[in-house]
Design a protein around this ligand. Structure first.
Ligand SMILES: [Fe+2]
Length: 317
């Protein structure tokens, strides 16, 4: 246990007094200190990758610049963490280390310290099931327009990126999108038009910036021309969980029974009926059949060429 990695690190700079009034209601950026934590130095990240379980990372190749919505899943193929980072810096990839808080307890301690400070800075509904991932991504990498079901924050650690955050209302976000994400368990292709950007709030994030936005607000991210390291964190609360039950319930009613429910209430008889329906669905073979199969691993890092990848024939593995 390397508690000295956290202490005396205070996660946040003092927040301006007004931030608590807009927290979760408006896209907001505050300053943090996690980029100074020894746990998030490039050396520490390289060591983390060295021992990272295969089940908990995704390596994605994005194809050439300008190619839209192309991606393939890959494998580090035994390469050392420091080399993996060098390959990402030279390539067109991102590495998502999922559930870092579970994989290595030191990061879990850091995450809990961070969320305790958030709760003190912006008191509100209790947050639970907090989790984090670390995203290491190539210069110029993009995350396309999408939304997420839990509460979310993006913490910039190294490098620089731009995040655009859109209103969580129609036409940017419609109930069917949340319902499909809940039922299918994956991100759906949300309709996006360039003109949406005129209604977005855009922030440049550098090491020490943390962005938080209203629940489900669609967003997209563009890296500047530099290697990026970011933390994504997620939380749930009683009301977020209930909204998820409604999304699941309404999604099941529409997709399985062809009935479009109008209510999105998170209390009263319609809520409890949907909560019961979504609970029943956990054992449903229909639901399993709707959820897409695990993506095949289609490439591995090419040890001979920095930034390069080699194809793997999924049928051969
Ligand atoms: Fe997201």
């Amino acid at each position: 246990m390397n508690a000295h990695n956290l202490s005396p690190l205070t996660v946040f700079e003092p927040w301006p007094a007004h931030v608590k009034d807009v927290w979760g209601r408006q896209p907001t950026v505050v300053r943090h200190n996690l980029h100074r934590s020894a746990l998030l130095s490039m050396e520490a990240l390289a060591e983390l990758i060295d021992a990272y379980p295969r089940s908990h990372y995704s390596l994605i190749n994005m194809g050439a610049r300008g190619e839209r919505r192309f991606w393939k899943e890959g494998d580090i193929a035994g390469m050392k963490g420091a080399d993996v980072i060098a390959w990402i810096a030279a390539g067109r990839m991102w590495l998502n280390l999922r559930r870092v808080d579970e994989v290595d307890g030191r990061y879990g301690d850091l995450l809990r310290a961070a969320y305790d400070e958030i709760a003190r800075n912006a008191p509100g509904e209790a947050m639970d099931n907090v989790s984090m991932g670390i995203l290491i991504s190539s210069p110029g990498a993009q995350v396309y327009y999408h939304c997420d079901l839990p509460g979310q924050a993006l913490w910039q650690v190294h490098g620089k990126k731009k995040i655009l955050i859109y209103p969580n209302t129609a036409p940017f976000l419609e109930p069917w999108m949340l319902e499909d994400i809940a039922v299918l368990g994956v991100e759906v292709d949300m309709p996006y038009h360039d003109w949406f950007d005129a209604y977005a709030q855009s922030f440049d994030l550098e090491g020490g910036d943390m962005a938080h936005w209203p629940l489900n607000a669609p967003h997209r991210v563009e890296n500047y021309d530099v290697l990026n390291v970011s933390i994504t964190s997620e939380h749930w609360s009683r009301s977020i969980a209930r909204k998820h039950h409604v999304n699941m319930g309404n999604g099941l009613l529409r997709r399985r029974y062809g009935w479009t429910a109008r209510s999105r209430s998170i209390s009263g008889p319609s809520y409890f009926a949907k909560a019961a329906l979504q609970k029943l669905s956990h054992k449903s073979t229909w639901l399993t059949s709707q959820r897409s199969a695990k993506r095949a691993v289609e490439f591995r890092l090419d040890p001979a060429i920095r930034g390069g990848v080699l194809p793997i024939d999924p049928a051969a593995s």
